[in-house]
Design a protein around this ligand. Structure first.
Ligand SMILES: Nc1ncnc2c1ncn2[C@@H]1O[C@H](COP(=O)(O)OP(=O)(O)OP(=O)(O)O)[C@@H](O)[C@H]1O
Ligand SMILES: Nc1ncnc2c1ncn2[C@@H]1O[C@H](COP(=O)(O)OP(=O)(O)OP(=O)(O)O)[C@@H](O)[C@H]1O
Ligand SMILES: [Mg+2]
Ligand SMILES: [Mg+2]
Lengths: 165, 151, 151, 165
């Protein structure tokens, strides 16, 4: 399995739609402070089913919707779409290509879709259970988190091992 | 189960020692079970000794040495339990130029079997990329993207 | 005393706004008393808005923006309560080249009245130094020092 | 008042004596990872009377004494001397030049001196009370601490203000 494409529409600082295409190997994301690089990492976490707003640096659900700026009004919705290549059957679903969609509105309503079919958040989270892409698999390392990996207490370190087992 | 835990532990320990040695060009590291008789409850200790130095508490290591040790642990986890992709956000921030080069080389090796999405400000890391995305703040505080395919 | 606290608060607030504006070349910042009626017990909030962006929770700022905001607060404290010297250990680690230049310039200004001992890996910061100490690991894992007087 | 000189003998990785001279303005300390830069900052904290070994990244008092290496035996003592220029009377002591000395032995014994006169740790700490050079004056910022300045909880933020007042 591999990442194929990531689309952000209205997610945090991405008021205008952007599309990232992924190949094999290393994709580097570069740019000035505050340009939106870590927001891209947040988008992947969010679309994979992250429920803790705190780990997306927010304090309420609508913090991930473009909040407006001096020159632009706030948006009413945020959407992230992640497309994965799945012909090796890594994900327990019968598709060669899997697209996960997550949407949230200012009203607090959310949409979840797997290959354009509406589903629950739980269905998305279940898709990635035991893949190591969950919260404690350490597949997504946030900014400033690298030192914390060594300072974890014995219990957290245990759960890291159990996730790896 | 206790058996599976011990099996994972042995693999992780072996990989950690290997990657640590590559990143530090020497030295020694280990993962120790505080109570080997009780695998399902034991605490886990991480030991790291840069080349030529005396083995001391992890906390006494320098910022860059701690980064490198954490990276070794991360990459060891990736070898024991491969994920299709891995996202790293500025894990190279504290590394000096020499350690950065070594990190970038070793990352390139791992990238043969894992997709890496790496956010970085460091030149040496960018140079290993197969594809580069530039992110900038455009007008009205809106992020924009430029794509550069390198290989 | 409540009076002294309010006096310090007003000074710190004013200096913080100033330095923030210099470091970000614009934007707005503030220090807010949660309960102005109760100075001796009130909580204190920090507000930071980079230029052109909407005012949001501090946590939503980027790593570099948070560093710059923290540096503004530190330097504001130095103006309100000057100390003869100040030691900064790699506070510039997360800054991009543009922010780094601005930080180095502003630091140079503050250094006219305060001695700064700054540990850094960044070129732009080193270039503002009046004196440079190089530290290296010599034989037997013993630190050694080389002194370079620049001005 | 200003820093004049700092001498490290047997302190952490400084098995051999080093002397740093300070002038006005900016002194930059540079070098590779693990070379000893932050140890210099720890030395200043320690000689000013820091009692929390944890804030010097250690776990026991003798962690600040050179522990030995592949090529060298451990030392039995660590010493730091800080010399300050005091003709403006910033420090409440009747000397134009003030030298603080702190020594610790593997036995756990310590020596404290102000201008070569033995004293207690408390006498050194008292010298710097209200100067802003204490723990909460934010005059010494450790590696990785810059982000914590913004994440302090309301109580810590209050004590920061009170220290500044
Ligand atoms: N909901 C939102 N609406 C608009 N802008 C937002 C929203 N959430 C976050 N931002 C903005 O996104 C910016 C942070 O982006 P991000 O953390 O991705 O920066 P970065 O490129 O990683 O920078 P650095 O190199 O400093 O880490 C902040 O300036 C913040 O104001
Ligand atoms: N008591 C001791 N005896 C010998 N060596 C020690 C002692 N305490 C710490 N060290 C060594 O000092 C080194 C750390 O030095 P320091 O933290 O000053 O590095 P640094 O130059 O700041 O590096 P970085 O750029 O990575 O932050 C470690 O390698 C550690 O092993
Ligand atoms: Mg970032
Ligand atoms: Mg350091």
């Amino acid at each position: 399995m591999r990442l194929k494409r990531l689309e952000l529409i209205g997610f945090k600082s991405f008021a205008n739609k952007v599309t990232l295409e992924f190949d094999e190997g290393i994709t580097a994301i570069v740019g000035p402070n505050g340009s939106g690089k870590s927001n891209i990492s947040d988008a992947v976490r969010w679309v994979l089913g992250e429920q803790s707003i705190k780990s997306l640096r927010g304090s309420k659900l609508e913090d991930v919707i473009f909040a407006g700026s001096d020159g632009k009004k706030p948006l009413g919705m945020a959407e992230v779409q992640l497309t994965l290549e799945n012909s090796d059957g890594f994900l327990p679903i019968d598709y060669n290509e899997v697209t996960i969609t997550r949407r949230v509105y200012r009203s607090g309503e959310s949409d979840f879709l797997i290959n354009k079919t509406p589903c629950r958040l739980k269905d998305i989270q279940d898709l990635f259970t035991d893949t190591g892409l969950g919260r404690e698999g350490y597949a997504i390392i946030g900014q400033g988190q690298i030192d914390a990996i060594l300072s974890t207490n014995p219990e957290e370190r245990r759960s890291l091992f159990e996730e790896t087992a | 189960s206790a058996e599976r835990f011990m099996e994972t532990y042995e693999q992780l320990r072996a990989e950690f020692k290997l990657v640590f040695g590559e990143l530090f060009e020497g030295g020694a590291a280990d993962i120790i079970l505080v109570d080997p008789e009780d695998p399902l409850n034991t605490g886990i200790e991480i030991i790291a000794q840069p080349p030529g130095k005396k083995l001391q508490n992890l906390a006494l290591l320098s910022g860059g040495e701690r980064s490198l040790t954490a990276i070794a642990l991360l990459l060891a986890i990736r070898r024991v339990k491969p994920t299709p992709f891995c996202i790293l956000d500025e894990v190279d921030a504290a590394l000096d130029e020499a350690n950065l080069e070594r990190f970038a080389d070793i990352l390139q090796g791992f990238a043969k079997t894992t997709q890496f999405l790496i956010i970085t400000h460091r030149q040496a890391t960018m140079e290993k990329a197969d594809r580069l995305y530039g992110v900038t703040m455009g007008e009205s505080a809106t992020s924009q993207l430029i794509s550069v395919k390198l290989s």
